[in-house]
Design a protein around this ligand. Structure first.
Ligand code: HEM
Length: 405
């Protein structure tokens, strides 16, 4: 497929998800789980020509085979989009071995279990304040007024990014994931704006060092060698695009689910916060509503589940689809609050497994506990519509609810 550099991909609605899938189709966000289940009944790997040739594996085996194969699949492209899209590094997620390991070591300490556990009370107070702000209201938007704020708060505490710029971060995230895969001009605009913003903030940390990840990154070295400035900017770009709408989506999906399953809410609020039921519920939200689908560039001709892929093509790493594979989970189609054996791949597998999983789990748990205890009888407001983000990070962006206090 040929593209002019100014072209935007214009797309007709998808009619055939096996041979013509599109993760930015209007139907994806709301219906992705049924879509993957339907495709899986027909074959383990769907395909499309919409972004050049690109694949969509839907079984656990195929997804794992791709994620674990860094010889034939590269992370230099982690988003299926126009093949001629301008792309900039955001390590470690865009790095391959051997460089990947060093980059991961730079950022990992900020998200270790101890650092994350220390912010629990702060996160809880923050959620309570958001809930307090709903005093006197009965019809609210659980996404706009609650879920979207929580991960920004967490990421800002741990990195040192200024929380007052939250709207800017969310605007970049929207453009990057919802528009950029089809529109190079938007991708370039987001890249340029983010680069200028991060450049200034990192330069400030060189002069005014603080005890935060921004300062660690501003002065980062790998094996005694100073890290290139463009890579340092990439580390922070990744924190913004990986650390916010991912968890926002997971919390939102959970609240959307629980709004329709009051029996489960009652089971949860009947037990204390340290009861294992809260953890199994958190993990089941992650399995069932896993928000993040990654991608790879195919760098050698290879076959996955009988499907030939050629060097230069693209493939999704559809972790959320793998989580619904009946070959990997008993009663995969059923949301089980107390599921015991739950080896989901919401956080990925292999060398790129999510570096922020401790933080994401904590934010989700605290957000659910505070909301469900405050509004144990809330329900969806059926007079309005829940809206969903499509593409790489799937989750509800508007969840109208009645609090039924
Ligand atoms: C529920 C929320 C989240 C989900 C479902 C999620 C999911 C994922 C997945 C699937 C990957 C694997 C990428 C790949 O294989 O290419 C990943 C990587 C990553 N995630 Fe998350 N993530 C979440 C929250 C976060 C948060 C809060 C952060 C904090 C900044 C974060 C930072 C990262 C980083 C830095 C990587 C790259 C690791 C590497 O390449 O070595 N994530 N995440």
């Amino acid at each position: 497929m040929a593209y002019g550099s100014d072209d935007k991909i214009e797309s007709a609605p998808v009619k055939d998800w096996v041979n013509d899938w599109d993760w930015l189709d209007d139907g994806w966000g709301e219906n992705a789980i049924e879509i993957w289940n339907d495709v899986r009944e027909q074959c383990p790997v769907g395909s499309t020509e919409r972004y050049g040739r690109a694949f969509m594996p839907v079984t656990m085996e195929a997804v794992r085979d791709i994620a674990n194969n860094t010889e034939d699949f590269s992370s230099i492209w982690v988003n299926v989009g126009r093949p001629d899209a301008p792309r900039a590094p955001a390590p470690p997620i865009t790095s391959d071995p051997p460089d990947h390991h060093g980059h991961r070591r730079v950022i990992l300490p900020a998200f270790n279990p101890k650092a994350v556990a220390e912010i629990e009370q702060d996160m809880r107070d923050f959620c309570r304040k958001l809930i307090k702000d709903l005093d006197g209201m009965d019809a609210v938007d659980a996404a706009v007024q609650y879920t979207q704020h929580i991960p920004v708060h967490g990421i800002c505490i741990l990195t040192g990014l200024p929380e007052e710029d939250a709207d800017l971060f969310r605007d970049w995230i929207y453009k990057n994931f919802q528009l950029a895969p089809k529109d190079n001009a938007v991708r370039l605009q987001v890249l340029t704006e983010m680069t200028h913003y991060i450049d200034a903030i990192l330069k400030d940390r060189l002069v005014n060092p603080k005890d935060d990840l921004l300062t660690t990154i501003a002065t980062a070295e790998i094996d005694g060698k100073e890290v290139d400035w463009g890579i340092k900017i990439g580390y922070i770009r990744l924190q913004i695009v990986a650390g916010i709408d991912t968890t926002w989506s997971a919390i939102g999906s959970g609240l959307w689910h629980f709004a329709q399953h009051n029996d489960e809410v009652q089971r949860l609020v009947a037990v204390p916060n340290d009861d294992p039921l809260w953890n199994t519920a958190n993990e089941e939200v992650l399995r069932y509503y896993a928000p993040v689908t990654m991608a790879r560039k195919v760098i050698n001709d290879v076959e996955i589940a009988g499907c030939p892929m050629r060097a230069g093509e693209q493939t999704l790493v559809t972790f959320p689809a793998a989580n619904h594979d009946p070959a990997a989970f008993e009663d995969a189609h059923i949301f089980q609050l107390d599921r015991q054996d739950n080896r989901h791949v919401a956080f990925g597998v292999g060398i790129h497994r999510c570096a922020g999983s401790n933080l994401a789990r904590l934010e989700m748990l605290v957000a659910f506990q505070e909301w469900l205890r405050a509004f144990p009888n809330y329900s969806l407001d059926k007079s309005k519509k829940t809206t969903w983000a499509n593409g790489q990070v799937r989750g509800p962006r508007e969840i109208p609810v009645l609090l039924n206090r």
